[in-house]
Design a protein around this ligand. Structure first.
Ligand code: AMP
Ligand code: FES
Ligand code: ZN
Length: 275
């Protein structure tokens, strides 16, 4: 299986557990080109490299976004103005695309991520407050592979509180990046996490109950089943990955636009002449 590792506590703890349980688990790190005054991406890779140095046999694939796609994520966000210039939208979309591509092309049967209970509860809260029934229908710790090229995705830590994965990392001597992504400041998911922490302080177990009863309602009572109707995915003619779009997928379109805008900034004269 392939484990997506960010250098944070959850994904490094997950990788450690999977290896200890005897899985052949290889790592994937997506270097996003984020600095934020704390060398965020470089620091994350250093933690991952220290992790594998202590575990001979652990294999890591690194996808370097600025090198492979032409720009670091913050610049790409500015150039496309996707998500009003905030990097999180292009970042999330690109990460999902790269994870699926690397898992699919590498012949991995499963892609595991380190999402914990706090992540899942915050996502659930966001989806519920705006009644995103399509997202609610698809929110699950296990998503099966599809014939059209989506690999199986699992979130083995979805029942664990963030403080539990942090405790595990601490006890096992796993060093990880403490900084949050600098662009996460002010993100709604962090605001929801704060609200859920208040709820948890008053009613211990509330987060776990929120997520587990949601999953039970789906499994036992068919909640949101109607919204789960299969969207037929097509193949992107450029990269071959599954997409709901007619024609090129959102990833290819977005990054083509980034490179076009970069080229026109670098060679404004040539671009003017070409018009
Ligand atoms: P996040 O969306 O940042 O909460 O991360 C959720 C999960 O996605 C992490 O636990 C990792 O498994 C994975 N992930 C996040 N960032 C990266 C990255 N840069 N490279 C690889 N995997 C990542
Ligand atoms: Fe992607 Fe923060 S990790 S914008
Ligand atoms: Zn594509």
């Amino acid at each position: 299986m392939l484990v997506a590792v960010s250098g944070g506590k959850d994904s490094l703890a997950l990788w450690d557990v999977l290896v200890a349980l005897g899985y052949q688990a290889d790592g994937l790190y997506i270097k996003l080109g984020i600095d934020g005054g704390v060398r965020y991406s470089d620091q994350s890779l250093e933690k991952i490299e220290a992790f594998i140095a202590a575990r001979p046999g652990a294999r890591l694939t690194v996808v370097d976004v600025p090198q492979e796609l032409g720009a670091p994520i913050p610049l790409a966000a500015q150039l496309t103005r996707r998500g009003q210039g905030r990097p999180c939208s292009i970042c999330g979309m690109s990460r999902r695309h790269i994870m699926n591509r690397v898992a699919h092309d590498g012949g991995y049967d499963v892609l595991a991520t380190g999402h914990n209970l706090d992540d899942e509860a915050a996502t659930l809260m966001g989806n519920t407050l705006s009644w995103q029934v399509g997202y609610l229908a698809r929110q699950h710790p296990v998503l099966p592979a599809s014939d059209d090229g989506l690999v199986r995705k699992v979130k083995p830590f979805f029942r664990f509180y963030e403080r539990e994965t942090a405790a595990y990392a601490l006890v096992c001597g796993i060093d990880y990046v403490y900084d949050e992504c600098p662009y996460a400041v002010g993100a709604t998911s962090i605001y929801y996490k704060g609200l859920l922490n208040q709820l948890e302080a008053d009613r211990p177990g509330a987060k776990l109950q929120f997520v587990l009863s949601f999953l039970r309602a789906k499994e036992e009572e068919g909640a949101f089943a109607q919204a789960a109707s299969e969207v037929t995915l097509k193949r992107c003619p450029k990269c071959g990955q599954p997409t709901a779009n007619d024609g090129e997928c959102t990833f290819c379109r977005t990054w083509d636009r980034v490179r076009e805008r970069l080229a026109s900034q670098t060679h404004p004269q040539t671009q003017m002449e070409a018009r």
